[in-house]
Design a protein around this ligand. Structure first.
Ligand code: ZN
Length: 115
């Protein structure tokens, strides 16, 4: 099966975002996932952040946030979020780094690694 085909574990039935705190997702297969904003930001899927993460010098989520590109002088929060088609969530951050497109497949993947 191609990964582009929607399946129940990558289909959200409910999305609940608290912009300065967390994102809750309830998936079609009954699983609920909670992502703190710091987790989401530190797992930004863009090429720059991916490269920083891949350098492998990172020990914890907190230190990761401080080395990723962006302005963290203010508390991190989501400025806006919108659905991209039916496969992803685009999140714009307060840190001036830009926006990342988080596919639902990616969101499912990172929660299984971080919980
Ligand atoms: Zn990024």
């Amino acid at each position: 099966m191609s990964s582009n085909i929607m399946s129940s574990h990558t289909t959200p039935v409910r999305l609940d975002l608290k912009k300065d705190e967390k994102l809750d997702i309830e998936w079609q297969d009954g699983v609920r996932s909670t992502y703190s904003v710091s987790l989401l930001r530190s797992m930004c899927p863009c090429a720059i952040c991916k490269e920083v993460r891949n350098q492998g010098k990172i020990t914890g989520k907190k230190s990761l946030l401080t080395i990723l590109p962006g302005n963290y002088s203010k508390p991190l929060q989501v400025v806006s979020a919108e659905l991209v088609g039916n496969y992803a969530l685009r999140i714009e951050w307060s840190d001036e780094h830009g926006s990342g497109i988080y596919s639902f497949e990616y969101l499912r993947e990172i929660i299984s690694k971080n919980s």
